[in-house]
Design a protein around this ligand. Structure first.
Ligand code: ADP
Length: 463
């Protein structure tokens, strides 16, 4: 029996499209096909793989508007952000199309005249990806592009909330000439598909972007067949503003970092840690800018803050705000919402909280919403202590024009991505990933293709 799930517009709860759920047999067949396809795709020469990837990127750009509208409908993000994400997504394909031609090996001087040593790099096999709803295009392409560039085949299960963008992009990959079984998608429940992926002997690598608890279970389930894993998990980014910082610039960058995608990214600033001498001025400037952020349907041109993805996300944000209020936080702006459970939409107005303390949930957990808690610090060590006191280690930001302060902070913050006077450090050309419970491995840059390659050492003797 064919079953479907409904993709709904989080801005108003309306149906966008019904999507077929794949059966266990279909998913197992797709994995087998991906495995079979590896035999031929891995033999396609690197220049041809690069050409096909470039052609895919071009097809996506030709359909940019349509993809962006679809993304806004299923995810809710403002249209200008969706358009930006299409560019961001294709930048990974372009980057790894280039890298496909630079998968170099090396030779090693042998310990005997009769031997030669060659080290080469080989694709690892079929890669299975599980992606989240917050970047429906880019989280997929930054896995698929390096996988295909390396010569791996690829299968993805997109988030149930936002499968349509992924499906469209993969159709375009096929139109561009990438073989049907070299890049595939399947749809279904995360846990069920995840277990089919991790349980399959065909899959040599799991790559995941999502929550830390799900990442941990995927790592555990990958152990039985010793699969490679790349994990991009939760974040709890600190943003430190030092007393000498350019405040207008810091505020502008804080807005960009905190409120993008309505605060629903794993690198969003989650804790604003501000020097006590500038606390009031910074907060006042921040509130003025937050006041300008229009909340609404992402398809309206004016919208800067779209809806929260679903009720679960909304409840988590509300719980964090309530907990902070009970424990003494004060609202500088926001703490309003427009939500209708029956209709199925949940908007949270951008919120700034002061008098926040470390005991509050909002200082301990990822928020994934447009809420900025502000705490103050006196000494730099105190700021570092607050920033590092989390099991997460994805992104951290700080603002200072003093090179000693900046050097100290950059060396003492335990995070994989550090922005010094930069609230938006991501890009296809740089390594993205976290320390501690924020993940394993890196995506993007030179590092991003490594997880898709095996090293083979060949020793030739008796020469
Ligand atoms: P969120 O709570 O923000 O949706 P998740 O980590 O639950 O974050 O979801 C990210 C992706 O992981 C989605 O594609 C989802 O379907 C999938 N997923 C959810 N639970 C599991 C699981 N137990 N095993 C594998 N994938 C899962």
């Amino acid at each position: 029996m064919t079953t479907f799930f409904k993709v709904k517009n989080p801005a108003n709860g309306s149906l966008v499209q019904e999507v077929q759920i794949n059966t266990e047999e279909e998913i197992k067949q797709a994995l087998k096909n991906g495995h079979e396809s590896f035999k031929s795709w891995s033999k396609v020469n690197a220049h041809e793989r690069a050409r096909l990837l470039k052609s895919w990127s071009q097809k996506i750009q030709e359909n940019k508007e349509e993809i962006a509208v679809l993304m806004t409908k299923e995810n809710g993000k403002p249209l200008h952000e969706s358009l930006g994400e299409v560019d961001y997504a294709t930048s990974y394909i372009d980057w790894y199309a280039e890298e496909a031609r630079r998968i170099y090996g090396r030779t090693i001087p042998a310990s005997s005249e009769t031997k030669r040593i060659i080290v080469s790099r080989q694709p690892i096999g079929l890669v299975a990806a599980i992606t989240p709803w917050n970047f429906p295009a880019a989280m997929m392409t930054r896995k698929a592009a390096p996988a295909l560039a390396a010569g791996c085949t690829f299968i993805v299960k997109p988030a149930e909330e936002t499968p349509l963008t992924t499906m469209k992009l993969i159709e375009l990959a096929h139109e561009a000439g990438i073989p049907k079984d070299a890049i595939q998608y399947v749809n279904g429940d995360g846990k069920e598909v995840g277990e089919l992926f991790t349980g399959s002997d065909y899959v040599r690598k799991i790559t995941f972007t999502g929550s830390t608890p799900v990442g941990k279970s995927l790592i555990k389930n990958s152990a039985d067949t010793v699969k490679h894993v790349t994990m991009e998990l939760g974040g709890h980014a600190p943003l430190i503003v030092c007393e000498d910082a350019d405040l207008d610039f810091a505020v502008q960058q804080t807005i960009a970092s905190k409120f993008r995608n309505a605060g629903q990214t794993c690198v969003c600033a989650n804790r604003l840690i501000v020097h006590e001498s500038i606390l009031d001025t910074f907060s006042a400037k921040l509130v003025e800018e937050v006041r300008k952020l229009k909340v609404g349907n992402g398809l309206d041109k004016e919208t800067k803050i779209g809806p929260i993805i679903n009720e679960k996300g909304f409840n988590k944000i509300m719980l964090q705000i309530d907990d902070a209020m009970v424990k003494g936080a004060e609202v500088l702006i926001g703490n309003q919402y427009d939500a209708d459970k029956d209709q199925g939409y949940f908007f949270v107005y951008p919120t700034v909280l002061k008098n926040v303390t470390p005991s509050m949930k909002i200082m301990q957990e990822e928020t994934f919403g447009p809420v900025a808690p502000v705490v103050s610090f006196k000494e730099l060590d105190e700021a570092v202590e607050i920033a590092n006191s989390t099991p997460y280690g994805l992104a951290a930001y700080f603002f200072t024009n003093d090179y000693r302060t900046g050097t100290y902070l950059s060396e003492h913050l335990d995070f994989g991505i550090v922005g010094w006077n930069d609230g938006a450090p991501s890009g296809a050309h740089v390594p993205f990933g976290g320390m501690k419970e924020s993940g394993l491995g890196r995506e993007g840059g030179l590092e991003g293709i490594e997880p898709y390659l095996e090293t083979k050492y060949l020793s030739i003797g008796n020469l």
